[in-house]
Design a protein around this ligand. Structure first.
Ligand code: RFL
Length: 387
């Protein structure tokens, strides 16, 4: 089995297959240090923690992860808290930085005897429609090589080699939500005991705790903005205005250690299987970070695929593999729908015409309903923490 990519999807898949006695190798383009320090997600759904627990992969997050169950909305009509851990199915998030999860998974996999080839870029997946696919690679020193396996799992993200191997008939559902965020990582303690969503006429601002010393912030910005054009002073000023610090108390500031502009997009491929090649995680579907679902979907899909592969390879039952794509797509579309709902909740429409005013009134009504309706709150909580 050849697995492309050592992100959450590839590492969970590799661990489960290795534990099930399947010979597999993970090919990763970047260095070990790079994948173990790449800060991205932080909010793990209860289901994700259960999957990791079930397979003995949750020691680190059980020790150092923080349970989290409250979000706060700050709007032009006032502010309110949602104690979502006590609503819906009563489930919490665990806040655990993705780079820590990836570090744990790498260590666990290698300790168990698993193989990861870092600095090895997959160039092409060949013969995916047959029973002996292979992957051509470029090693760190530029040397070409080739790996063969019964199956290939493309866990190499949106721009990886797996997507390039799909036949022309593959359906690609794409949507640009027309919104961009400046994503920031600050060496600053969280300013609220909650995830903060600020809806402001200057644009959205978000506050996501990561640890006692680090906080992720988002600022809605113009499409095409350059992250470098924002000085630290301007970032903190803009965050304070949009998060209404004058009313709710000052933000705890610190050095901005990572920044980048994210265009909010959805991109789902269908089906997620082409012969002996399977797509998992961001390679299968890209989802905007508005609802914090990407890493959670990656883990869910990796477990589904691992089980299906074990059924096929160990018990000779190909049925679960045949259902893999449809099962994942059901989860993916639910997550896409909720993520879109969040985007519409948090952003006004540009301009000042009739469409803008209509969408704005709708958004305010949604927020009011979320503030006052227990049914709506339960629905939100179940979707917010679930995958
Ligand atoms: P990854 O993590 O991108 O890993 C793919 C790996 O494949 C490697 N690769 C290749 N290797 C070999 N050959 C090639 N040709 C290759 N091409 C690529 C890459 O180097 C990489 O190591 O994908 P995976 O495993 O599918 O995991 C997906 C998640 O990383 C992603 O969905 C999340 O980070 C999304 N996301 C969030 N998800 C959540 O569930 N909760 C969150 O709170 C959350 N916050 C976020 C996020 C994404 C963000 N960014 C990236 C926009 C916050 C941000 C800012």
């Amino acid at each position: 089995m050849v697995i492309l990519g050592a992100g959450p999807a590839g590492l969970v898949l590799g661990s489960l297959l290795h534990a099930g006695g399947v010979d597999c190798v993970v090919l990763e383009r970047s260095s070990r240090e790079h994948v173990q320090t790449r800060a991205r997600a932080g909010f793990l759904a209860a289901h994700t923690v259960r999957v990791l627990d079930r397979h003995g992969l949750a020691d680190g997050l059980r020790r150092r992860g923080q349970p989290h169950g409250v979000c706060e909305f700050r709007t032009e009509d006032g502010s309110f808290h949602l104690d979502y851990g006590c609503l819906g199915h009563g489930e919490l998030h665990t806040v655990y930085p993705q780079q820590d999860l990836v570090s744990d998974l790498v260590e666990r996999f290698l300790d168990a005897g698993g193989r990861i080839r870092f600095d090895t870029e997959a160039v092409a997946v060949l013969d995916a429609d047959g029973t002996r696919p292979s992957v051509t690679v470029r090693e760190g020193d530029g040397r070409p090589d080739r790996w063969h396996g019964r199956y290939v799992a493309g866990c190499d993200g949106r721009h990886g080699a797996a997507r390039r191997a799909l036949p022309p008939g593959t359906v690609r559902h794409r949507r640009d939500h027309g919104v961009s965020w400046l994503g920031l990582l600050a060496e600053a303690p969280p300013s609220l005991d909650a995830v903060g969503y600020a809806v402001h006429r200057r644009g959205f601002a978000g506050h996501m705790p990561r640890s006692a010393e680090v906080t992720r912030y988002y600022l809605e910005c113009e499409r095409g903005s350059s992250a470098a054009a924002w000085s630290e002073e301007r970032i903190w000023e803009e965050l304070a205005v949009r998060m209404r610090a004058a009313e709710h108390g000052p933000l705890r500031t610190g050095r901005i250690v990572q920044r980048g502009v994210v265009d909010l997009e959805s991109d789902v491929l269908e089906p997620l299987r082409h012969g002996s090649l399977f797509l998992v995680g961001d390679a299968a579907s890209l989802i905007s970070p508005s609802a914090a679902k990407g890493a959670n979907l990656a883990v869910l899909e990796a477990e589904l695929l691992a089980r299906a592969l074990l059924d096929d390879l160990r018990r000779g039952d190909p049925e679960p593999l045949a259902r893999y794509s449809a099962r994942c797509l059901a989860h993916i579309w639910r997550a896409q729908e909720f993520s879109l709902w969040m985007i519409e909740l948090l952003h006004g429409a540009p301009g000042s015409g009739a469409e803008t005013l209509f969408r704005d009134a709708l958004r305010r009504s949604r927020l009011e309903s979320l503030r006052t309706s227990r049914t709506h709150q339960d629905w939100f909580a179940a979707n917010y923490v679930g995958v």
